[in-house]
Design a protein around this ligand. Sequence first.
Ligand code: FES
Length: 161
Amino acid sequence: MSRIDLNPQEPRYLALREYTADRVDRQTQEALVYFLKQAQDIFGLVPVFAQLDASEICEFDMKIIKALIMRFPSLQGESVTHIVKVCVGDRCKGRGSPKVLSAISESLGIEVNQISSDGKYFLKTQKCFGYCREGVNVLVDNQMIHHVTLDMVDDICKKVK
Ligand code: FES
């Protein structure tokens, strides 16, 4: 299975994500490991998008997700060097985030929820970062970039290439 074949819309994965999100108030590290293992059963490894979903749903930092994957020899996590997240929340949308997203997607040569063939970068959307007044917001790894315009897309993409 190539990296590109990992599909976050896979029905079994969607069901697993929904099941986990519905029980988020009862999340424990054990439940998180269960989620990661189930995701691996579906895809053959734990895709980056499943790691990010686990982090968002369970409110664990990505570092914890990665540490857990390292701790369990049975788990194999897909790795990526850079993660680019574009806000598609209403306020950022109103300021042009769909155009920014498609320009970033074109520049990186990948669609949303895809990882580049060299495993270097992954593109994802986020509904809101909580910095609505400063949108369009783009998060590159841990660096939040505010007031993003189309003119800035090349520089942003150079950070991860
Ligand atoms: S809508 Fe983009 S940060 Fe809130």
